[in-house]
Design a protein around this ligand. Sequence first.
Ligand code: HEM
Length: 380
Amino acid sequence: MQDDTTKSGAIARAAIAKSTRSRFFGDFTAARKVLRSSSVVQGGVGIQTLRDVDEDDVTMFYLDGKAHQKRRAAIAPFFTLKTITEKYEPVMHRCADTLISRLAQTGAADLGELAFYYAVVVAADVIGLDYSDIDWLARQIGSIIDEDGGKRPTKDFDDPDLLAFFDDVVQPAIDRRRKEPTEDIISTMIANGHKDRFIRTEVRGYAIAGMATTREFISMAAWYLFEQPNLMERFRTGSDKDQFAILDEVIRLEPVSGVIKREASEPMEVAELGPVAQGDILGIDIRKANLSEDVVGECPYAFNPDRENRIPAKSGYMSFGDGPHRCPGAMLSIHETRIFLDKLARLPELKLVSEPQLSWFRPITSYEIKNMLVTCEKVG
Ligand code: HEM
């Protein structure tokens, strides 16, 4: 095995080393078997604190079996390739054009902030949240993330910021759609007979699942492009296929979420792991799984968008999970990232002028990149 040359490897390993309750492993095949098994249930993201909570108060993330399948089936139409290209790509183009032209007018911006605004706008469209001011919506969503890194990613149920988010952002969107349904997730939940409380909960889940993660993916991919001028050139001049291959390699080596956990609901046998007892918490080390040579080929640490042994393109390897909980937004976020970076990469005199800093967001075992100041030639 080569040396770990990734940016987030060391910080992720240190975080995993602190988590002593779980049996960690990183074999890709075993990870697939566990995630596709019906003998496991969700075991991460603070689920232990939610065991006795009413089903309407938890997002689909925490459910399993039939209740989970039902929620997944309801949102599936919003995440097909057809819906992404026909409905959401125009939103992505419009928003990215606005943000990139703001950057061109000022000549400088924090890339993480731009990426967050962008991810917020796209996810707001999918979910069905209204806004007339991106800054306001981004601030409202940013305020519910628990920056102090509690067990769950969003603040507590009675936190004033969370209550304000429900009252000022989610409830008006629900009320409007009860009168005039549109094509979005909130309207679908209403059509399926869900109560406001249920809808508020599910929307809160998307704030973390879809927005903060996509921001990090965009920032990390941009960091690679800035550091390697040849890669930036290939991204700028290459086909969509080239761009997707580059992004797939970034998410393979630098998975935003580092760990997926499952609890064995009954004893099970996984050849690569040996016997697993009921109640065991299995921790999948996504980084390691993405380095499995039987899946990715030789030199797994090398950044190589042309890998011959790649599992299907745009797969994201294990970075979006697998099995029934596999990230529904995987394809959306890859398309979103490609469109944003494609426009960014075309700005004249584009430079990264600060040293990005990595920290760790424990609730979703993910890295966070701060301090990505970029400059470009000022226009107008
Ligand atoms: C780079 C961006 C993203 C990454 C790295 C990511 C990663 C993940 C991972 C690893 C899981 C599986 C968790 C598990 O199995 O326990 C997941 C689930 C989920 N993701 Fe994403 N995600 C991203 C973007 C999005 C977007 C854009 C959306 C929606 C707009 C989204 C919505 C969800 C939801 C709702 C779940 C829960 C699914 C379930 O439990 O069935 N994600 N995500």
